[in-house]
Design a protein around this ligand. Structure first.
Ligand code: ZN
Length: 339
């Protein structure tokens, strides 16, 4: 099969690798769509992924082969590539290591071939079924949506709160919708790129601000009756946005850190510490977040359409170009690989 193998030094090479076959308790998934995650772009940009890695964790497809003793699936079943409940005792280091450090200990699945490829090998329990009425395109974005479900569930957001979402890339556009579904009645989005700002508007943001024009703190304070938002979701990871998020939050409010900045990020505490603002980091997903994500998509509370236009889909062979485009200050919406 064809797979995009990371070679190191910002090179992805599409080459023939052995097609996986399902052992006992395993399935092989034929990949239909695999969305390009910002995490993968960072792994490429900072050369973090070990050579030989096949990345890609936001995907959907169909069961192509069922191993011995597998009872849950049959060939042709539509699945999301993740979100299943692990059997007791099976937990990744991300969740159990007492001193887990994503920068130095990330990519725990060294050598595992993932979904920038035609097929992926999975344990029977790993995928989840795509509900009737959820398109394959939307299902491919189940994981990033689940990331925002996780962040919103970790937050102290309450019905009637005002929230600010910094950044309207795929995660910001999903986060504004999950925050709304969780009860935020005023959703303010900050985004400089016009196409992304427009998508935020289409998805029902009450106000979309351009942080490169005017004083965003003044504007947000005005829009929240002089108080500031109860929760700020930091989905941008630009150099100034963490400090900006802390500055925006209301007294006793909360900043939820969703996007990962891979470079030192300056903050100036005296500006906001007297308001006793709290910082909550959010990382990855739990199985229940995927379930909620699919339910929200199914119920129409999360709309993927504005994130995906035809020009956002690309063949596996073009993946190097796509990554090169995405490491530049990006105005793209979601890019999706079709192996
Ligand atoms: Zn992701």
């Amino acid at each position: 099969m064809k797979a995009a193998v990371y070679k190191g030094n910002q090179r992805l090479s599409v080459e023939e690798v052995p097609t996986p076959s399902a052992g006992a308790g395993q399935v092989v998934v034929k990949v239909k769509y695999c969305a390009i995650c910002g995490t993968d772009v960072h792994a490429f940009l900072y050369d973090i992924a070990p050579a030989g890695t096949v990345m890609g964790h936001e995907y959907c497809g169909t069961i192509a082969e069922v191993g011995r003793d597998v009872t849950k699936w049959k060939e042709g079943d539509r699945v999301v590539g993740g979100g299943g409940n692990p059997p007791p005792g099976v937990l990744t280091g991300v969740r159990v290591h007492p001193r887990f450090n994503y920068r130095t200990m990330g990519f725990p699945e060294n050598g595992r071939l993932r979904a920038y490829a035609e097929y992926v090998l999975m344990e029977e329990w790993e995928p989840v079924p795509i509900p009737e009425g959820v398109s394959d395109e939307a299902a491919a974005l189940c994981e990033p949506c689940a990331v925002t479900v996780h962040a919103v569930r970790l937050s102290d957001l309450k019905l009637g709160d005002a929230v600010v979402v910094l950044g309207a890339g795929p995660i910001g556009l999903l986060c504004m919708q999950t925050a709304r579904a969780a009860g935020a009645t005023k959703v303010i989005v900050s985004e400089p790129a016009p196409a992304r700002a427009e998508a935020a508007r289409r998805l029902g943001a009450d106000v979309v601000l351009d942080p490169t024009h005017g004083n965003i703190e003044e504007r947000v304070t005005e829009l929240t009756d002089g108080v500031g938002p109860q929760v700020v979701f930091e989905c941008a990871a630009a150099p100034p946005t963490l400090d900006q998020a802390l500055n925006l939050a209301a007294r006793g409010g909360q900043v939820v850190l969703v996007a990962i900045a891979w470079e030192p990020t300056p903050v100036l505490p005296p500006d906001w510490m007297a308001r006793e603002v709290r910082l909550q980091a959010s990382f990855g997903t739990l199985p229940e977040d995927w379930k909620t994500s699919l339910e929200l998509i199914s119920a129409g509370k999360v709309d993927m359409a504005p994130l995906l236009s035809e020009s956002n889909f690309l063949p596996l062979d073009d993946i190097q170009n796509a990554f090169e485009a995405l490491v530049k200050p990006s105005t793209q919406l979601q890019m999706v690989v079709t192996p």
